[in-house]
Design a protein around this ligand. Structure first.
Ligand SMILES: NC(=O)c1ccc[n+]([C@@H]2O[C@H](COP(=O)([O-])OP(=O)(O)OC[C@H]3O[C@@H](n4cnc5c(N)ncnc54)[C@H](O)[C@@H]3O)[C@@H](O)[C@H]2O)c1
Ligand SMILES: O=C(O)[C@H](O)COP(=O)(O)O
Length: 526
């Protein structure tokens, strides 16, 4: 049974899902050295933002197949190191969207009415109604930096509260912003006009210290800024100075340059600042959502299925995956088959999407085909994550082509591998019930489902050859489960595809090639 380590607090709903397929150990607050010591035993690691998954931890995780982040941000995972090692990294892109948006909105209202400090004063037995005179958000301008999932929900609620909305997001269209009720503007204009600014962008080299002293200076003196996105998007030192000098009216932070927040001058600022300990996703609803979302993906990957929100498998987004899922297995099977027929070192793989399949995204199918192709060399070490890198390093060039005019089957996939021993091609399709069929081998039409052990021959189509091959295999106690011949012309060249119950014993292939009329023979394991 697989083993999963859960190293941050995760909702029980996720643990229950993992327990269906694995032994689950929940060990939180591990020090890096402790994690390095035990990670080698585990097939999967499930985390939140608390665990720093460094290169050293990943390298020690020799059995790891997947790292699941029960949340959005994967900035605490060394994703390139995981990719290099063939480890899938998944997250839950939408499970905590509402929780994070509501936290930002709660911060905005709390800042406006000094709720945390007013609450604390009453609890100290005071009754101070003068200090906490606040401001309304109605008819004020909210500047949203990052109009993605969270920013859009913030916009919808803020609009309902009667706010005017400005947005800065260089990656979305004016039309999309208008649909959400926002006027798309540049960052300078947003900083100059907004009474409230809320950040909903990822932390990247471009967004680190995006809000620095210079930009804080552009804000209005009554402006308040909220960061529930990522620590370090605001320069904390510059923010402390701006608040102390009254350059801006307030700030609310849920995330910090370093977490947990250590020594910081921000703590010394009064009612103008609200600090929460990275609580954006901490609602029971969000925790159930992300735990289920990520646990299901870990379960699927441990069962050999692809994950729907892998961050390090390019092109494999959930919609594409849903549409192509049935074809992924086909691509992988064909990859395995053509790799074994080609033998030797493959230098070029042509992946052709045919018929209805031609209108689909090809990248996931290319990845699956490469995974199959490389299985011979790498066995379980190759997967959807590292197949492309491994192929590149082995000098395998990939060409993707499309031919919508091929109408033999609704959609079919054709792979042609050229290597040091020549060129071979295979085509396959899915029949009505979703079953995989091999429909062409080296240009010869056939119609056989792939089986685990198969033998293919290239021979002359002439009487007696099938009987001779059957007798030969029988004499070695090889049981034939099914057999089919594909030919283009009568008594010309033909291929034979045999499914056999067990692997072909050593040495028989050379005996098969000695049968008069048989020019070549291959045995494959699929
Ligand atoms: N505090 C929390 O607990 C918590 C919870 C969930 C998410 N988050 C964080 O919130 C942020 C937003 O999450 P999301 O789910 O909305 O992401 P998202 O990907 O849906 O949206 C991000 C948006 O930012 C925009 N963007 C990227 N770079 C930008 C730049 N340089 N300037 C302006 N816009 C830019 C993108 O175009 C996108 O529209 C992330 O950093 C995420 O990690 C925090
Ligand atoms: O990126 C996220 O999803 C949030 O920062 C939440 O982090 P958490 O799971 O540690 O609360």
């Amino acid at each position: 049974m697989s083993k999963v380590l859960v190293s941050d607090p995760i909702d029980q709903a996720g643990i229950d899902i993992l327990s269906q397929v694995a032994t689950v150990d929940v060990k939180t607050n591990l020090k890096p050295a402790e994690l390095i010591e035990i990670i080698g035993e585990y097939d999967a690691l499930m985390i939140r933002s608390g665990t720093q998954v460094t290169k050293e931890i990943i390298e020690a995780g020799t059995q790891l197949k997947i790292i699941g982040r029960a949340g959005v941000g994967v900035d605490n995972v060394d994703v390139p190191a995981a990719t290099r090692q063939g480890i899938v990294v998944v997250n839950s892109p939408e499970g905590n969207t509402i929780a994070a948006a509501e936290h930002a909105l709660a911060m905005m209202l709390s800042l406006s009415r000094y709720i945390p400090d007013a609450n604390a004063s009453v609890k100290r037995n005071e009754w101070d109604r003068k200090t906490f005179v606040g401001a309304e958000v109605y008819k004020k301008t909210l500047g949203i930096v990052g109009l993605g999932k969270i920013g859009s929900h913030v916009a919808a609620v803020a609009r309902a509260m009667g706010m005017r909305l400005l947005a800065f997001d260089p990656f979305i269209s004016t039309e999309r912003a208008e649909q959400i009720g926002c006027q798309l503007v540049d960052l300078d204009l947003l900083l100059q006009q907004a009474d409230y600014i809320t950040l909903h962008i990822p932390k990247t080299p471009e967004t680190t210290h995006l809000i620095n002293a210079e930009r804080l200076a552009k804000m209005k003196p009554n402006a308040r800024i909220i960061n529930c996105a990522r620590g370090g998007i605001i320069d904390e030192d510059a923010l402390a100075v701006a608040l102390k000098e009254g350059k801006i009216a307030g700030a609310a932070l849920d995330v910090y340059e370093s977490e947990p927040l250590g020594e910081s001058q921000l703590r010394a600022i009064g009612k103008e600042i609200i600090l929460t300990p990275h609580l954006g996703a901490s609602t029971s609803e969000a925790q159930v959502n992300v735990a289920i979302d990520v646990a299901e993906q870990i379960r699927d990957v441990l069962l050999g299925l692809p994950a729907r929100s892998a961050v390090n498998i390019p092109g494999l987004n959930p919609d594409v995956l849903e549409e192509l899922k049935p074809y992924m297995q086909l691509a992988e099977t064909l990859g395995r088959l053509v790799g074994q027929l080609a033998g030797g070192r493959v230098e070029l793989l042509n992946v052709r999407l045919q018929g209805e399949l031609a209108t689909n995204k090809s990248q996931p199918l290319v990845v699956a085909a490469l995974k199959g192709l490389l299985y011979q060399a790498l066995r379980e070490r190759v997967n959807y994550v590292n197949a492309t890198i491994e192929a590149k390093e082995r000098g395998i060039r990939v060409i993707e082509t499309r031919d919508a005019s091929v109408k033999d089957y609704a959609g079919s996939l054709h792979l042609e591998a050229t290597g040091t021993l020549g060129t071979h091609s295979v085509t396959g399709a899915l029949l009505g019930d979703g079953e995989i069929y091999l429909t062409n081998i080296d240009g010869f039409p056939i119609s056989v489902p792939p089986s685990q052990y198969m033998v293919f021959t290239l021979h002359r189509d002439m009487p007696g050859i099938i009987g001779k091959l059957g007798s030969l295999l029988g004499s070695f106690n090889v049981n034939i489960a099914s057999m089919q011949v594909g030919r283009k012309i009568v008594r010309g060249d033909a291929v034979m595809a045999l499914s056999i119950d067990d692997p072909l014993p050593d040495g028989i292939l050379t005996e098969i090639i000695k049968v008069p009329g048989i020019r070549d023979a291959y045995t494959v394991t699929l």
